[in-house]
Design a protein around this ligand. Structure first.
Ligand code: NAG
Ligand code: NAG
Ligand code: NAG
Ligand code: NAG
Ligand code: NAG
Length: 567
């Protein structure tokens, strides 16, 4: 054999071995350069991020429960104006301690906000003008409705409304509806009903939802709290509790479909606390196909076992279900490991990041063990068994009462964790965690800068406040290299996140009607807004240009109903 042939056959063998290894490791690991990295942003957020939400002012609201007493942020004055002096540790008075903060992404700093009643295990949604509507909580907060109008100066703060909820809502789920600025609030501890905010009529009460009663399991404590709710593009609601799910017509109080029971056993809602997303909706079928994915959760009996110190292994299965059309079957697959209390974040690439949580136990005080330190990445469009990969580990355990959200620059903000009733730093296995981190996905690396769309701006002239449904708008951006064939324009609705439940999280792949190259490397695209508020409830979305899988920084854009005069 000639030297050249030996050489090339060696190369061939190496290649084959390499391909073989790649196949062996597919689903368990990815090249080091694609695992992402972690950033420590702050050592002390002051407040546990039990609840977290990104606003269109590029601030992040975090809050926990006022009943936790001493937080990590002492106030100089209480909210009734008294000076806060020498309150002994252990005091029940929480008014001199912040339980909500606003994080400024731009300068990496926090400032305190005042809460008037307890927001423990509450729920929320953004309204069409970017105001955060937040509902329920515990004690005096059971029926409260609060608003926060995000701002960048010192003026904004929580405001409690005069109107109250009809029923106690502790561990309820919110979904913003296609009707402008109406939110549905579903369930809560011992509350098997739903109601609307604002109410449909002045005297309206709540409406029974027998599905919540049917899926409640008193004996096993698999009590279906924080049900997963997603708005289907046909205008109905998908409601999932433990293993069962329905498609629900909230306008007529009628169950439209009973979906098959999800395989895999165990329980997926609090305290089982798996997680759920609606996969990105796509313009190619006019956003009609709606598919949800539910992952992880706790084994049957995990809550009671954990109370006795026995931490059962979590569920490692995920299920995908198309909720539109007439073929509604669960398609099951396995995550790289068991996981519960994870957050599922839709990245600008349309991939799903699973981050935070534990491998064993259940939600609730001190009920979990063995933190899940490695994020998983899931690529919905890849071949089955090839969709999961394992990303860079963190050293910080993020268990009960932790949260994660996507930021406009493409990072994922990770905060919270406190399985203890109070802020506790010593003599416990999992202390209160006040460090703020960002997970930085691989696509942010300098290696990809040549592909990254820069200087993105949006232009619409017909209406100064936003883009109407079905209308075209312009997106201008700069590219260092020739554009690839894979340029996508995505719109993302930022969620209200708590207890692994990202309420109202939604992504749409928008239609590009034309793409032209201008002078100096600039591109101009004509994009079509989603066709209706069933597809995208009105409000602020993060618009991102994704070139060859590399996202730009997102720009805020508002999709809205009708004319500016009805804003
Ligand atoms: C956090 O604290 C550690 C230890 O004191 C210090 O080394 C680090 O610089 C701090 N990091 C930040 C972001 O403040
Ligand atoms: C936003 O809308 C809500 C609900 O209609 C309203 O209460 C609030 O005042 C509005 N905020 C602004 C800044 O217009
Ligand atoms: C951070 O920026 C916000 C908004 O501009 C400002 O209100 C705040 O004072 C700044 N904080 C710090 C510590 O610079
Ligand atoms: C932690 O436990 C040690 C040993 O039992 C004790 O000396 C210490 O006071 C405890 N610390 C706190 C903050 O409770
Ligand atoms: C893009 O924006 C940056 C500032 O954000 C500016 O410095 C740069 O010149 C802009 N690039 C182009 C090509 O306009």
């Amino acid at each position: 054999m000639a030297m050249k042939e030996i050489f090339s056959s060696t190369i061939l063998k190496c290649l084959l071995v390499f391909v073989y290894l790649m196949i062996q490791f597919a689903g368990t690991t990815v090249a080091a350069g694609k695992q992402g990295r972690w950033q420590l942003l702050l050592n002390n957020t002051g407040v546990v991020a039990m609840h977290m939400a990104l606003t269109h002012r590029n601030t992040v609201v975090m809050f926990d429960q006022t009943e936790a007493g001493h937080s990590g942020y002492a106030m100089r004055r209480s909210h009734d104006g008294r000076r806060c002096l020498g309150i002994p540790r252990g005091s029940e008075d929480s008014s001199c301690w912040a339980h909500s903060v606003e994080y400024h992404i731009g300068n990496n700093s926090i400032k305190p906000l005042w809460l008037q009643s307890d927001t423990w295990c509450s729920s929320g949604s953004f309204l069409s003008n970017g105001t955060l509507l937040q509902t329920g909580g515990h004690g005096r907060g059971y029926r409260r409705i609060r608003q926060l109008e995000p701002c960048t100066n010192m003026v904004c703060n929580w405001r409690e409304l005069k109107s109250h909820l009809v029923e106690n809502r502790w561990y309820a789920t919110n979904q913003v509806l296609p009707e402008k600025d109406r939110v549905i609030v579903v369930g809560g501890r011992g509350t098997f009903t739903y109601e609307f905010v604002p109410k449909l009529t002045a005297n309206a009460g709540s409406y029974d939802l027998p599905f919540l009663q049917q899926t409640f399991n008193r004996r096993q404590a698999e009590n279906n709290l924080y049900p997963f709710i997603h708005l289907s593009s046909d205008g109905h609601l998908f409601i999932f509790a433990n293993r069962d799910s329905i498609l629900f017509n909230y306008k007529r109080n009628r169950v439209v479909k009973n979906f098959p029971r999800m395989p895999g056993g165990g329980s997926r809602n609090y305290p089982g606390s798996g997680s759920s997303v609606i996969l990105p909706l796509d313009h190619t079928d006019d956003f009609q196909k709606t598919e949800v994915m539910v992952c992880g959760g706790a084994s049957s009996g995990a809550y009671h076992s954990a109370r006795q110190g026995n931490f059962l292994e979590g569920l490692s299965s995920c299920g995908r279900l198309v909720i539109t059309g007439d073929r509604n079957e669960w398609a099951m697959e396995e995550m790289p490991g068991p996981r519960l209390m994870q957050d599922m974040v839709i990245l600008p690439t349309g991939h799903i990041l699973m981050i935070n949580g534990a491998r064993q136990g259940s939600a609730g005080w001190n009920n979990a063990h063995n933190p899940s330190l490695q994020p998983y990445l899931y690529k919905p469009k890849d071949r089955l068994h090839n969709r999961f990969s394992v990303l860079k580990s963190t050293k910080v355990a993020r268990l009960y009462h932790s949260s994660a959200i996507l930021l406009p620059d493409g990072r994922v903000l990770v905060a919270g964790s406190n399985p203890n009733r109070r802020y506790t730093y010593d003599n416990v296995t999992y202390p209160t965690e006040l460090r703020l981190q960002a997970f930085v996905p691989h696509y942010m690396g300098p290696y990809y800068h040549n592909s990254r769309p820069l200087n993105v701006s949006t232009h619409y002239s017909k209406n100064p406040y936003g883009v109407l449904y079905g209308e075209e708008f312009n997106v201008r951006f700069w590219l260092a290299s020739r554009p690839s064939n894979e340029i996508e324009f995505t719109a993302y609705s930022p969620p209200f996140t708590t207890h692994s439940n990202s309420m109202n999280q939604r992504m749409l792949r928008l239609k590009c009607n034309s793409l032209k190259r201008e002078k100096g490397g600039f591109m101009r695209a004509v994009i079509e807004a989603p066709s209706s508020s069933n597809v995208a409830p009105s409000g602020y979305y993060m618009l991102t240009v994704v070139n060859e899988g590399i996202p730009s920084t997102s720009q805020w854009i508002r999709f809205m109903h009708h004319s500016p005069w009805t804003m």
